[in-house]
Design a binder for this molecule. Sequence first.
Ligand code: TXA
Ligand code: MG
Length: 328
Amino acid sequence: MSIIKIATDETIAEAAALIQAGEIVALPTETVYGLGANAFNSLAVAKIFAAKKRPSINPLITHIESLENAQKLAYFSDEAMSVAREFWPGPLTLILPRRADCGISDLVTAGLETIALRIPAHKIARALIEKSGVPIAAPSANSSGEPSATTPRHVQQSLGENAPFILAAGACDVGLESTVLDMSGDVPVILRPGAITAEDLKPLLGVVGYDLDNHEKPKSPGQLLKHYAPSIPVRLNAIDVKKGEALLAFGGLKFMGIEGGGHAADMPDHALRNLSEETDLTQAAANLFTMLRDLDVPENKGIAVMNIPDHGLGIAINDRLKRAAQGR
Ligand code: TXA
Ligand code: MG
């Protein structure tokens, strides 16, 4: 069984010792929980892939605690430097040309010429990286294909004994994985939308493209895999609820009916969650994965999801929902 340890100076030191010893540790970040290992150590990184049952073609994000250490691993253009200075620490991952002598395991980068880097904003995550003294490779702490874990309990439910040590610091603030911005080419391109949006980046970068589902020439291998999926079907842009379905609502329920009669507001607790009654997208993002998990119970045959506006953080929420709707 796995142990959940509340983050304190002692347990952070314990976790850092495990990282140094080549073991894996689940850790909190402001986006989602990560499953971390020493990014220099291939044997340690291999344990992450085994624990998650993750395909080895899918590269990992390397987490560092300072821009200085980030520059030892990748080449930063002037533009990349300005983005890093503005948005790090924070929920933004940069894809940059990897330094040939960076020492990061080829498993982390899946043999690519590029590397994904992020300085997390979460104090505990940064303390752990600092104490470990090495960059920490960490994908989201869930079994491959499941929704990302945003609480220690969800890490435990998803990975079980495959995540033996969970450093815990409550629920994650953002609740969605970081924005992945590819700055290795001529034009900056968002490969995965997140809390840092194209609008946020435009003042610094001018044009920012999207490349979210490019099956011809995939840039972010992970984005093509089935992802974020509950075990029951997910139906998007629902304007009513079918028999046996649960409802993932957004905003008021006044006009939501149940097929065959009845009102959505009267649905039982196991079948009803509201991402944000006030239609606040930040709140909706923070609730998304927890609520998908709450509704993914045997009593429900599927999940109907109300329309979420496709702007700002809504773009990232809809990206995850579209993948959830593709099924496992
Ligand atoms: O918020 C987050 O990013 C969390 C926390 C723990 O930091 N991590 C996370 O990692 O979501 P993961 O492994 O679940 O997602 C990383 C994504 C994958 O889609 C992967 O394919 C992509 O980043 N990626 C990693 N390295 C890449 C590279 N060199 N080029 C393109 N995409 C890359
Ligand atoms: Mg993931």
